[in-house]
Design a binder for this molecule. Structure first.
Ligand code: 6PG
Length: 228
């Protein structure tokens, strides 16, 4: 079983973390576009990424080469305030010139099972991502891979339908740990004292969903307001 390589980078607060994450995203994009003519990024949901996406809105980039995916979304209507895709659209994507057909929201409004199937078809022709952004939940979850759920996905599925998530709403769609690991770079965004226990468990080598994300190049964790 491959060991997860983790590089921890501390920031004094969420603003410093957000500015650093913005810079890292833009650097990754520039390198990917120079080397392969496109940049495939997978966005995180929840609240931590919001200030980062707001900074991205003002960034200068060759948006025509960007392809946007999501690591998870909630099974709610497309215009529901709790949709991860709506948050990204409102804070960032709706304000920059990424071609609409290069923004691949998860069709979570279809429901967990049909939506997961549809998104797996969307990803069928997609190779390794360039950058995956991930959050960390207080229980060690990431994307919508929750402890005690089916996150120990060994069946090679690309997407998973989640119907009893402990973090509301219960019904979600998530990329699997293996698909989230098929990327050149992973950047976890962790902020807030409420994540301390999850970070402690992670560093103690406990088996939490975040520790199942094992890209070849390891993972980077930008963190603030927690202690190592
Ligand atoms: C979701 C997210 C989830 C999130 C973590 C951290 O849809 O809820 O994908 O995995 O990243 O729960 O959330 P915060 O950034 O809000 O703490």
């Amino acid at each position: 079983m491959q060991t997860q390589i983790i590089r921890w980078q501390h920031y004094t607060n969420i603003s410093a973390l957000s500015h650093a994450a913005r810079d890292t995203i833009l650097q990754c994009a520039e390198q990917a576009i120079a080397e392969r003519g496109q940049f495939l990024i997978v966005l995180a949901g929840g609240s931590t990424p919001r200030p980062i996406y707001e900074l991205m809105r003002e960034a200068q980039a060759d948006w025509s080469k960007w392809h946007i995916y999501y690591n998870d979304d909630r099974c709610l209507s497309q215009d529901h305030a709790e949709r991860n895709s709506l948050m990204a659209e409102q804070t960032w994507l709706g304000h920059v010139a990424i071609p609409a057909n290069q923004i691949h929201a998860i069709p979570a409004e279809l429901g967990a099972v049909p939506g997961a199937k549809a998104y797996a078809e969307t990803l069928a022709g997609v190779g390794e991502f360039d950058l995956v952004l991930l959050g960390l939940g207080e229980d060690g979850h990431t994307a919508s891979l929750f402890p005690r759920e089916l996150w120990k996905n060994e069946s090679g599925d690309v997407t998973l339908a989640v119907t009893n998530a402990p973090k509301p709403p219960a019904e979600r769609i998530t990329l699997s740990a293996s698909r989230l690991s098929a990327t050149r770079k992973v950047l976890f965004l962790v902020s807030g004292a409420s994540k301390q226990q999850a970070v402690d468990d992670w560093r103690a080598g406990k088996s939490i969903p975040a520790s199942a994300i094992k890209p070849e190049n390891g993972v980077d964790v930008y963190y603030s307001d927690v202690n190592l």
